[in-house]
Design a protein. Structure first.
Ligand SMILES: Cc1cc2nc3c(=O)[nH]c(=O)nc-3n(C[C@H](O)[C@H](O)[C@H](O)COP(=O)(O)O)c2cc1C
Length: 202
């Protein structure tokens, strides 16, 4: 059985994290349910070559090479009838990459608004993995408190903070380091980065 992973892309800076994660997931036998917030699309248009055209076409141009059994379902962020909105939909985890402070706040306060907020809320109540690539700097006391509340409810707070011990040379190396850690938490095998103490790193 292919793993089922929910991916959401919100309007924080760092659309590339969501894109790189999609590329990595779809290269494997994974069924991805994707939702992009309205702000997420706008920021993606600003930060990448995405021009607002069909997203799957853009992914092809981005170099996404799908595994023969991979599948991508894209859901409107307002579609509360999509599978990820229900606790009866069994899946292997949800990643919000990047996650804005707005969406973090909504999750921390249980607003369950829209498909992304509802799917995240469902992960917490059903005790399924919820990984938030929160992106903002500096962080206010409100942001920090919201991260603490979401973590206490079961979310994994994973701000994109790449390590430098593996000597990155490109932006892709930095992004891959964060995406690799996400895949680790989803228990998905990958070779995006070398393992400290296992592979020859230096
Ligand atoms: C270019 C750009 C970059 C932004 N970067 C961030 C960011 O890094 N973190 C953040 O929390 N919000 C950021 N925002 C603001 C969010 O897009 C805004 O709060 C939005 O309402 C988030 O909505 P969403 O969570 O539904 O996607 C940015 C906005 C723009 C236009």
């Amino acid at each position: 059985m292919n793993k089922k992973i929910i991916v959401a892309i919100c309007g924080a800076s760092g659309a590339v994290y969501g894109l790189r994660l999609l590329k990595a997931l779809l290269a494997r036998p994974v069924h991805v349910h994707l939702s992009i917030s309205a702000a997420g699309r706008k920021v993606m248009r600003h930060e990448t070559a995405y021009e607002g055209n069909a997203f799957k076409t853009f992914l092809d141009a981005y170099g996404c090479q799908c595994h023969s059994t991979a599948r991508l379902d894209i859901h409107d962020p307002d579609d509360l009838f999509a599978p990820p909105a229900s606790g009866s939909f069994r899946h292997d985890g949800m990643v919000i990459a990047p996650c804005s402070m707005k969406t973090l706040g909504a999750i921390a306060s249980g607003l369950a608004e829209g498909l992304i907020g509802r799917a995240a809320d469902v992960c917490l109540k059903e005790k399924r993995p919820l990984i938030l690539l929160t992106r903002e700097s500096p962080l206010s006391a409100v942001h920090l408190e919201n991260m603490g509340r979401a973590a206490a409810a079961g979310a994994t707070i994973m701000p994109p903070c790449p390590g430098f011990y593996f000597r990155p040379e490109t932006i892709e190396d930095l992004v891959d380091h964060t995406v690799a850690r996400v895949l680790d938490h989803l228990h998905i095998e990958h070779d995006l980065i070398k393992q400290w103490g296992v592979d020859d790193i230096l």
